[in-house]
Design a protein around this ligand. Structure first.
Ligand code: UDX
Length: 441
């Protein structure tokens, strides 16, 4: 199969490289000259474990190429995947589809008959139909198919998620003369190696596929938010959130995963997709109160976390040194989008804290987003040096291995706010810390 992937961002790059690994010829079209130059030079602009190896291997075999010429890539393709950004639109929370529709028009102008156009970006229900309408309007002569194939890639684990997915969701427009048969055949061929590992492939209609993506992400965001609320309750009434989560999660109807309490979810997907789903549901006249509450509870949680740190520091953080471990929205990524660290550290900064932080991958992007006078350190111990209070914001594995004695000796004060529960309360208290964590006494 020959695939054109429109957009060499996170989703386009991972999906394109993995489709090449599955055996297709993939041309990634990237219009940002800086990103394109980096990719052509063999430099991967994002931190994603395992991605460079797959990219360089498939570039060497010639199955994966990068360019900015959409028309040539599309003209030579059996299927074109749209993987451009769909940020939150200002004002109403809907996803901004400007890039999706602009790409669709360009695709229409370059397409050959029989092209399959697939949306890979997360798009609102109805976008697939609109893509079909734009294709028809721009090129009334063209025969084409439209499909929706949402991604379920976790940052830091994207290659594994792509290669060994829990499922693949494919929505096909069946209104054409062959009822989507050809499109189904192409999609099955593109995902052929997935059949070998027997992951289920759910074939459905366009709207269902589009909605499934939002429903899955909103449900997971709700699950995290639920366990965060239970953690708050544990703190009030006594109880250990780890045991509550384990006890709940062992019920197979609930499941163990996504029950780790923390400072509130962030990242490029959950905040954007939950907001978009509430907007879609509201407009459709079927508002989702649960998802609306999830969004609100999660946003409030981040400012509550800052207040909790200030309380632990004795009620005022003015002029105090705060050591920070972790900035990214989760470990194994350099992504700072909607990271809990942004509102929390901005709040502490406004309250007069002197902040010194370390993150293994996120410090470069953080510099652009956080107040300018934050000090960035070269390791965790440096961030803890002379700190009055130490705050853990991301659960990077390197932090778990830190020797509590050395930490204690480095710090001026003895307060730790571990918002990711990476250490054991008993160990830290035995080492002399005033240690607080989430949902554990
Ligand atoms: C998510 C989805 O998991 C993935 O399927 C998708 O399509 C894209 O969005 P990602 O944003 O990479 O992936 O991160 P994920 O691992 O899902 O974590 C999201 C946020 O929830 C992070 O801020 C994380 O810290 C938080 N989280 C997750 C918790 O606080 N507790 C948990 O138990 C799980």
């Amino acid at each position: 199969m020959r695939i054109a992937m429109i957009g060499g961002g996170y989703v386009g790059l991972v999906s394109g490289a993995c489709f090449a690994e599955f055996g297709s010829d993939v041309a990634i079209v990237e219009r940002d000259p800086k990103k394109l130059a980096a990719l052509r030079d063999g430099r991967i602009p994002i931190y994603e474990p395992g991605l460079d190896a797959i990219v360089s291997k498939n570039v060497e075999t010639g199955r994966l190429t990068f360019g900015d010429d959409l028309a040539t890539a599309v003209n030579g393709a059996d299927a074109v995947f749209i993987a451009v950004g769909t940020p939150t639109r200002r004002g109403d929370g809907h996803a901004d589809l400007t890039y999706v529709y602009a790409a669709t028009k360009e695709i229409a102008l370059a397409a050959k008959n029989g092209l399959l156009v697939v949306t890979k970006s997360t798009v609102p229900v109805g976008t697939g139909r609109e893509v079909a309408r734009i294709l028809k309007e721009t090129r009334p002569d063209l025969t084409f198919d439209v499909a929706s194939n949402p991604e379920f890639l976790r940052e830091g684990n994207a290659i594994g998620d792509f290669m060994r997915p829990d499922r693949v969701i494919i929505g096909i427009d069946t209104s054409g003369p062959d009822e989507g048969e050809r499109a189904t055949r192409i999609m099955r061929e593109v995902y052929r190696p997935i059949h070998l590992i027997e992951a289920p492939i759910v074939i459905t209609d366009l709207e269902t596929a589009e909605l499934t993506k939002y429903a899955a992400n909103a449900f997971l965001a709700m699950k995290v938010t639920f366990i965060n609320e239970m953690a708050d309750l544990c703190e009030k009434v006594g109880g250990n959130i780890h045991d509550v989560a384990r006890g709940m999660g062992l019920d197979q109807r609930i499941g163990q995963r996504f029950l780790h309490a923390g400072p509130g979810y962030g990242g490029s997907c959950f905040p954007k997709d939950t907001r978009a789903l509430t907007a879609i549901a509201r407009d459709a006249g079927a508002p989702s109160r649960l998802v609306e509450a999830t969004v609100e509870v999660n946003e409030n949680r981040k400012s509550r976390m800052a207040e909790r740190i200030i309380a632990q520091a004795g009620g005022s953080i003015q002029g105090k040194t705060v050591g920070v471990l972790g900035l990214t929205f989760k470990p194994d990524t350099d992504d700072m989008r909607e990271a809990a660290s942004l509102p929390i550290l901005t709040h502490l900064h406004e309250a007069g804290a002197l902040i010194q932080a370390f993150d293994p991958e996120g410090m470069e992007p953080a510099r652009e987003l956080l107040p300018t006078d934050i000090t960035y350190c070269s390791d965790a111990l440096e961030a803890a040096t002379d700190a009055d209070i130490l705050v853990v914001l991301t659960e990077w594995n390197v932090f778990r291995a830190i020797d509590p004695e050395r930490l204690r000796n480095a710090m001026r004060g003895n307060a730790i706010a571990d918002l990711r529960n990476i250490w054991s309360p008993d160990t830290m208290r035995a080492a002399g810390f005033d240690y607080s964590s989430i949902g554990r006494r």
